[in-house]
Design a protein around this ligand. Structure first.
Ligand code: ADP
Ligand code: ADP
Ligand code: ZN
Ligand code: ZN
Length: 800
């Protein structure tokens, strides 16, 4: 172990790693191998893989290429580690923290769009006499390509009679033209119309068509002498008024008004519509006139990748430029299709993709990069992947390794854990109870590690609990004729009062059906509106709760304590201390969002944002308060010997003792412990929480409330980021909600979750156009026996 780390040392050697909860970790990790970092959620896996190894590789890289960035890097701080030897350059493919811009798409992330444009530029069929276009001219994001009408957006914002006059039964005097401004200006316009001879007392819909069009849409601005229609109590003199149509007013206000309120009010009267000039295709007519295999570039970009490959394949045989470009495109698309992403179109905006889909897109793109000798650091690449597709993922990981790279993967999925060359288990538990390396070696050796939380899942001892008897539903919620994305005229039944798992390969339509249609329909019903989907049984549901993995806040300003409401109780306790009362400090003083009590340098954030070209959204500790967030006067007040910043620095477990006399706080703290989050600090900023932690905070916030009536809980892949041991904890909570009479519907790939459900709804059979149907529905046993289901065999294995 102690031999010097020379150039031929095949290990990355870490000494004295102390990032976050790591306890002076020493570990040796082989290069050119698939290394899985395992351990319960919060144990320190990411702190080691991302926070230490990747962060250090990145720091060294910046020091070598961008000396000017050194000062900034210094400010963010190097990872807390004494020494790392043998560390190659690293590329991170992370799920959290990636915030693609709204104009990025599947095509831009994979660079398939570039190649497609090149193909059109060099090898497209042009109309006779038309000049060849540069590849830029096929991009809606460049001035050379963008449709001049909609600026490449594909949609335009317009006004219509309906958007300007929502209630045509009203007269102009009664406010038919809702888009008009209020107060004097609105009355002025009304009086001008009267002066122009329009009838302002007839219901709008009874006015002649030509008059209505003129009033709403004219570009003329006639000037007339107005004899104000008299209000009983006021008399005004005649004056000269200029008319402005409702359209002119709305467009002018949206474009030029300095008042945000007026702008927002005017925007409500705009409707977006497909751009009439390009028909939503976002490009100039010259570009849209060029075709490949008979299709324009917008049509090809809208095809699912698997169909795009079918269109391009016949071209890929040629020896010419077209042949070479097409062959390259086809081979890159095949990798994406293997990774279960063939249902995506290149024009699909990245904000509509799940984190798992995005990461797999990036992973596939790396295969083409030709890099070798780098470490890829990955965050749960199996997220969002059906078990049937995980073989393909392992193949891609193998190929990256075969090309001479190392793979450091934070992963819980047992198929991936079992295939690892090497396992590093961090633990034994979370936060301060974790942070040690329990094992580092080939998978087989894990069998002997008593403290390992992973061991019993990788080497099951055959004492699986007997299958549950499914609960009987208390009713049924029926959706009829659902048509959205790839769902076409689908009927789906969700039993109430039970736990339902919705399964199916990636892209089969699970999120569309559950996260969108089911949730939106119930939400619309609860709001007293009709949804656009026919449904029965909605009356049985009194509340809808969506528990997702989205951050509980986007800035360090929100944290665990503020989100759960527990901080309100803590601030009241501080305001009630003698010290605070003597100085007249109220609960507001103890908020880091209020001027009186907070540190003014960082405005209570404890951090200042550092603008770094390469590292968007980095934060450095505030130099005035050193992260305490409060000004010194506020910090002088103590409760039971601790000031407010010290309380925020306590873990949930510690605070449970410290705040034992504060019932309102204790209730929140207990539920946080119940979902396994006792290790989190109260003031841990939202930006430092993983998706799984955010999700469980939301769940705990939900559990601490007193419930009346029947709640429908909707969750999309709740086990993402969770170790199997954490999944057990989460399931116990969710089943507890069902036992209390509520309904839980989860979209899930984890077959242990599906096996433990009362009801399984399996979508498929494939992704995209090949999916969107219900292949099987029933108890887990029934679905496990269903023919034609991609899920059945995996579910059967989980049941036995
Ligand atoms: P894992 O990847 O095993 O789920 P993490 O490495 O993310 O665990 O977290 C380990 C511990 O460090 C946890 O207690 C977590 O709350 C804490 N932690 C994570 N990120 C940060 C951060 N940016 N600052 C401080 N503490 C953090
Ligand atoms: P799953 O949840 O089973 O992975 P999704 O419901 O996300 O599947 O996707 C089903 C189909 O709908 C896929 O073909 C997908 O590309 C398409 N789709 C999903 N979301 C959108 C969207 N926002 N815009 C266009 N198509 C979408
Ligand atoms: Zn257009
Ligand atoms: Zn400060």
């Amino acid at each position: 172990m102690n031999r010097p780390a020379g150039a031929h040392d095949p290990y990355v050697r870490v000494r004295g790693a102390r990032e976050h909860n790591l306890r002076a970790v020493d570990v040796d990790i082989p290069r050119d191998a698939l290394v899985v970092f395992a351990g319960v959620s919060g144990s320190g896996k990411s702190s080691l893989a991302f926070g230490t190894l990747y962060a250090e590789a990145q720091r060294r890289y910046f020091e070598s290429v961008a000396p000017y960035a050194r000062r900034l890097i210094h400010q963010i701080g190097a990872p807390k580690v004494e020494e790392i030897t043998g560390l190659p350059p690293a590329v991170a493919l992370e799920q959290r923290r990636s915030a693609p811009t709204s104009r990025s798409s599947v095509g831009t992330v994979t660079t398939l769009s570039n190649s497609l444009r090149m193909l059109f530029s060099r090898a497209g069929t042009y109309p006779e006499g038309a000049p060849r276009l540069d590849s830029d001219a096929f991009s809606p994001n460049t001035p050379a390509g963008a449709c001049p009408e909609c600026h490449g957006l594909g949609t335009v914002h317009r006004v219509t009679e309906e958007s300007l006059v929502p209630d045509p039964a009203l007269s102009i005097r009664d406010g038919a033209i809702a888009a008009w401004p209020g107060a004097w200006q609105g009355k002025n316009l009304r009086d001008i119309l009267a002066a122009l001879g329009h009838d302002i007392d007839r219901p709008w819909r009874d006015l002649p068509r030509a008059d209505r069009d003129w009033i709403l849409f004219t570009d003329e601005q006639p000037v007339v002498t107005v004899h104000p229609v008299r209000d009983a109590e006021r008399i005004q003199r005649p004056y000269k008024g200029t008319y402005m149509s409702a359209r002119r007013y709305v467009l002018h206000t949206v474009a030029d008004s300095r008042s945000a309120t007026l702008r927002a009010r005017a925007e409500r009267h705009l409707v977006s519509a497909r751009c009439p000039r390009c028909d939503g295709r976002r490009l100039r007519p010259e570009a849209l006139a060029v075709t490949v295999a008979g299709h324009d570039i917008a049509a090809l970009a809208a095809l699912p990748l698997s169909r795009l490959a079918t269109v391009l394949r016949p071209l890929a045989t040629g020896e010419d430029a077209a042949g070479t470009l097409a062959a390259d495109l086809v081979s890159r698309i095949e990798v994406l299709t293997e990774l279960g992403l063939g249902y995506l179109g290149t024009d699909r905006p990245t904000p509509t993709l799940s984190a798992g889909e995005l990461q797999r897109l990036r992973l596939a793109t790396q295969l083409r990069s030709g890099l070798f000798g780098v470490v890829y650091v990955l965050d749960e690449p199996s997220a969002g992947l059906h078990p049937a597709d995980s073989a393909a993922l392992l193949t891609v990981l193998d190929r990256l390794k075969a090309a001479g790279n190392s793979l450091f993967v934070v992963e819980h999925h047992l198929d991936v854990v079992r295939r690892a060359d090497w396992i590093v288990e961090v633990g034994p538990r979370a936060g301060e109870h974790g942070g040690r390396v329990l094992y580092s070696g080939p998978p087989a050796g894990l069998a002997d590690v008593a403290e390992s939380a992973t061991r019993r899942f990788v080497f099951p001892d055959g004492t699986a609990p007997p299958p549950r008897t499914p609960r009987a539903p208390s009713g049924t919620l029926r959706l009829r004729g659902v048509t959205r994305h790839n769902l076409r005229d689908l009927d789906a039944d969700f039993p109430l009062g039970v736990f339902t798992a919705v399964t199916g390969v990636s892209g089969s339509g699970k999120s569309t059906l559950v996260g969108q249609v089911l949730a939106d329909t119930v939400a619309a019903h609860l709001d007293g509106q009709g949804g656009d989907v026919a449904a029965e049984g909605l009356d049985a549901v009194d509340r809808l709760v969506r528990v997702d993995q989205r951050p509980i806040g986007r800035t360090p300003r929100s944290n665990l304590a503020t989100y759960t409401g527990l901080f309100d109780a803590v601030r009241k306790v501080f305001a009630a201390t003698d010290g605070a009362r003597a100085l007249g400090y109220t609960a507001g003083r103890f908020s880091f969002n209020v001027t009186a009590g907070r540190c003014e340098v960082c405005q209570g954030e404890g951090f200042v944002a550092v603008e770094l070209l390469f590292l968007p959204g980095s934060y450095a500790p505030c130099t005035a308060c050193h992260g305490a967030r409060y000004n010194p006067e506020t910090l002088e007040i103590t409760y039971r010997g601790a000031n407010i910043a010290e309380v925020l620095d306590m873990t949930v477990d510690t605070a449970t003792g410290f705040l034992a006399d504060v019932p309102a706080a204790l209730r929140s703290l207990r539920t946080l412990q119940d979902v396994g989050l006792g290790y989190l600090r109260l003031g841990q900023p939202a930006t430092e929480l993983s998706g799984g932690e955010a999700q469980r905070i939301k769940l705990a916030t939900e559990l601490q409330r007193a419930h009346r009536g029947h709640t429908l809980y909707v969750l999309d892949e709740p086990t993402t980021g969770l170790h199997p041991a954490d999944t057990e904890l989460l399931l116990r909570q969710l089943h507890g909600l069902v036992d209390a009479g509520h309904t839980v519907v989860v979209v899930e790939h984890d077959m242990t979750v599906a096996a433990g459900a009362d009801h399984v709804l399996d979508l498929g059979p494939g992704g995209g156009a090949e999916g969107g149907r219900i292949v099987a529905a029933g108890t887990p046993e029934e679905v496990a026996a269903a023919p034609g289901s991609a899920t059945a065999s995996y579910l059967k294995a989980a049941l036995s």
